[in-house]
Design a protein around this ligand. Structure first.
Ligand code: PMP
Length: 440
């Protein structure tokens, strides 16, 4: 019996008791390999001694000071570090307590920017279908995932959506990646023109789509084209790196690999690494200047923003992520995961696609490989795979259901960056068995 309103009501969950490195142990003594880092959260592994030491030292000195009255060394150092690591042009940091909060703050930042520069008519948000940007009202409205929005639709503010860059399903057989990217950029431009170019505020997208599609990176020059369209119409580009950022894809920021710098970027999950709830919004100098030279106030705030213990933990997490050996391991182990999954699952008739970057990998399951027809959603294959994997001591992140008319099941794998080759091989073995058992 539980008094907690869990996400899935009535599902008995094991009680996690301790964790170390890439393993979580429950109160029955069972060990689970954390193949998805929870939801791509555990970046530097569980119980990293350097992070624990940094948190202890902060706890001994200061646990809380409200940011209206004080700043802290921990928060200032974290901001400094993030700016050093970010693509040039992201010069300021706003700290929050998680991903949805980061997206909310980013949207309000964009809106206030246009008010400050005397373009108050700019209000439209364009995002992409089949996307997820968080569960709070503004972030949920931004996301284009029909299934998640469904019952909340009447209370969501109006937003607009265009197609995601999802080559596996949408690129024509004879279409080059360049032509596909150009087609999607045209669609975005047409949407901006339809809404009125002077009234569009921001375009929001995830560089590598995590939760809703399963590690889908974009084609060739898609984001460069998107950046050019946003510049042409004075629309802000907000990239949501809550899941794919902080080293997950093999570079500190995912957008580095797409060759673009957004006006605003959101980060969270891997930033706290599971140690503390924390997120951040990074913004351009011109957005900052509009506030500084205008009202002198960002009209937003949360009580726990910039929490010193969270900042101290994130400070150390970021330091570890930025070490060359960490990102080298993400890339080497990511390549091993990709090729190992291809070798183990390549012949499975129901594995349609294996993809991703770094230690952010997705497997799309289909009922028929040729037609790419998904499994009947009534079979709830993703839920079965999750259960089968847990029974085999593997934490994975399968998702599915009806997404804008596409019934798809996919599995996201996102283990900690410290993972070793033998553990990657174990993930591959266990996920292959789990898929087999779920479909049988
Ligand atoms: N944006 C993206 C891209 C995400 O994947 C998520 C969480 N899955 C969020 C925002 C929301 O983050 P949080 O759950 O920390 O509020």
């Amino acid at each position: 019996m539980t008094r907690i309103l869990h996400r899935s009501i009535g599902v008995a969950l094991p009680h996690a008791a301790s964790a170390q490195g890439v393993y979580i142990t429950d109160t029955m003594g069972r060990r689970y390999l954390d193949g998805s880092g929870g939801a791509a959260v555990t970046s530097v592994g569980h119980a990293h001694p350097e992070v624990l030491a940094a948190m202890r030292s902060q706890i001994d000195n200061l646990c809380y000071a409200h940011t209206s009255f004080f700043t802290t060394d921990a928060a200032e150092e974290l901001a400094e570090k993030l700016v050093d690591l970010a693509p040039e042009g992201l010069d300021y940091v706003y700290l929050v307590s998680g991903g949805s909060e980061a997206v909310e703050a980013a949207l309000k930042m964009a809106r206030q920017y246009f008010v400050e520069i005397n373009q108050p008519q700019r209000r439209h948000i364009i995002a992409r279908r089949q996307s997820y940007h968080g569960n709070t009202i503004g972030a949920l409205a931004t996301g284009g995932n029909a299934m998640r929005r469904q019952q909340f639709q009447p209370i969501l503010p109006e937003t607009h959506h265009v197609s995601p860059c999802y080559a596996y399903r949408d690129k024509g057989i004879d279409e080059t990646p360049e032509a596909y990217a150009a087609r999607l950029a045209d669609e975005l431009e047409a949407k901006i023109l339809e809404l009125g170019p002077d009234e569009v505020m921001a375009f929001v997208a995830e560089p590598v789509v995590g939760a809703t599609l399963g590690a889908v990176a974009s084609e060739a020059d898609y984001f460069k084209r998107v950046r050019a369209i946003c510049d042409k119409y004075g629309v802000l580009l907000i990239l949501d790196e809550v899941m794919c950022g902080m080293g997950r894809t093999g570079t500190v920021f995912a957008c580095e690999q797409d060759g673009v710098t957004p006006d605003i970027v959101t980060i969270a999950k891997g930033l706290g690494g599971g140690y503390q709830p924390i997120g951040a919004v990074m913004l351009s100098a011109s957005i900052y200047a509009s506030f500084a030279n205008g009202s002198g106030l960002f009209q937003h705030g949360h009580t726990y923003l910039g929490h010193p213990v969270a900042a101290a933990a994130a400070n150390k997490v970021v330091e570890i992520i930025a070490r060359p050996e960490t990102l080298a391991n993400v890339n080497a182990m990511g390549a091993r995961l990709q090729s190992g999954l291809e070798a183990a699952l390549g012949a499975f008739p129901y594995v349609g696609d294996i993809r991703g970057r770094g230690l952010f990998r997705g497997i799309e399951i289909v009922a028929d490989r040729e037609s790419k027809v998904p499994f009947d959603p009534a079979r709830k294959l993703h839920a079965k795979i999750k259960r089968q994997a847990m029974a085999r001591g593997l934490v994975s992140y399968p998702m599915g259901g009806t997404i804008d008319g596409i019934n798809g099941d996919h599995i996201l794998l996102a283990p900690p960056y410290i993972i070793e080759a033998s553990e990657i091989d174990l993930i591959i073995e266990r996920i292959a068995e789990s898929i087999d058992a779920a479909i049988a």
